[in-house]
Design a protein around this ligand. Structure first.
Ligand code: 5GP
Length: 195
């Protein structure tokens, strides 16, 4: 069975829907973690982005870290940087900072990366667990660009394509590659886009 089908079946088996638009995957992706599955996720991102000369992977704490760390091994162990979340915007001269609206928490928060870790000429792959409205990914793109780096793509494990994140991130001139794409939740069940 191809990996995409394995991922979709795992989402159907172990994921559950909260309210009308939140999918919980804490049994295998972002609380308890299935490392074997993450390895396959890492391989899938490598297969898609391998020709971009990626020299750094950027993600956001906490859920992106495991995904990024495993994926980095397929990119010849490039460094993984994770942006940190703060409750309020608070200028820090040693960091690049941007404001992100949280879809799950319904509020803005500040995201920072130390200037030590983004440089002009960096070729950055951004990874995250979910794509909803695209704000987290857009914030990470902003941080890379503040540091003079180039974003060579955004890799997402689960995209909810009924939300507008892909359109928003694509409008920033960045290629988005999502592994599983959910077009709807019907009676609490995720319905996937045709692959
Ligand atoms: P966006 O910034 O694209 O609106 O939302 C993406 C971020 O919100 C991700 O970093 C993820 O942590 C969180 N998120 C968005 N939708 C979901 C969801 O359905 N389930 C979970 N577990 N997290 C989500």
């Amino acid at each position: 069975m191809c990996f995409l089908k394995i991922l979709e079946e795992r989402i159907l088996k172990d994921g559950y829907v909260l309210g009308k638009d939140i999918l919980k995957v804490d049994r295998f992706l972002n609380h308890q973690v299935d490392v074997g599955l993450l390895n396959e996720i890492g391989k899938a991102f490598y297969a898609y982005f391998k020709d971009h000369g990626i020299n750094k992977i950027l993600t956001i704490e906490a859920s992106g870290i495991a995904i990024a760390a495993i994926t980095a091994q397929y990119f010849d162990n490039v460094p993984v940087v994770f942006a940190k979340k703060f409750d309020s915007v608070n200028a820090d001269p040693d960091s690049y900072e941007t404001s992100v609206y949280s879809f799950t928490k319904n509020r803005d928060y500040s995201v920072r990366v130390s200037k030590k870790f983004i440089h002009p000429g960096d070729r950055v792959l951004i990874l995250d667990d979910f794509l909803a409205q695209g704000r987290a990914a857009a914030g990470l793109i902003d941080l890379v660009r503040q540091g003079g780096g180039e974003v060579h793509g955004v890799g997402i494990v689960i995209e909810k394509s009924f939300q507008d994140g892909k359109t928003y991130v694509s409008s920033l001139g960045v290629d988005v590659h999502s592994l599983a794409r959910i077009r709807a939740f019907i009676d609490g069940t995720p319905i996937f886009e045709e692959s």
